[in-house]
Design a binder for this molecule. Structure first.
Ligand SMILES: [Zn+2]
Length: 126
């Protein structure tokens, strides 16, 4: 284990946050798919209704994609915690990801520097 890895206590904290976020995302994803089932059963009276409904629909798809992506990262982090390979260190440069950052975004894989580098360079890694 790298020496700057998070303490057990902090890893437990991150794990709790990850599980909470996971439950929230799964609830959101469930409610989105339920909405869509009711949408397809809905009687849409005219084109305007249909346009409004499909606008909501594409917005939902966008949210759904975002949430799915986040869920993948959460599962990735949880998997590493279960395997005991989770360190809380940046997967790119190995520096510490601060607890402050992890409390906001427990599934973060990169430190702020690498994250902003990725955003700036539009490197396509989640
Ligand atoms: Zn980094």
């Amino acid at each position: 284990m790298p020496k700057r890895a998070l303490s057990k206590k902090h890893i437990e904290e991150v794990k709790t946050l990850l599980l909470e976020n996971k439950a929230k995302i799964e609830a959101t994803l469930n409610s989105i798919s339920n909405d869509h089932e009711s949408l397809s059963n809905m009687d849409l009276n005219d084109d305007a209704d249909f346009a409004a409904a499909s606008r909501d629909y594409s917005n939902d798809i966008h949210i759904k994609n975002q949430q799915m992506k986040e869920l993948t990262l959460i599962n990735h982090a949880l998997f590493k915690i279960e395997k005991g390979t989770y360190t809380g260190l940046c997967e790119m440069c190995d520096s510490e990801i601060t607890m402050k950052r992890l409390r906001v975004k427990p599934h973060a894989k990169y430190c702020i520097d690498c994250r902003s580098y990725i955003d700036k360079e539009k490197v396509s890694i989640a």
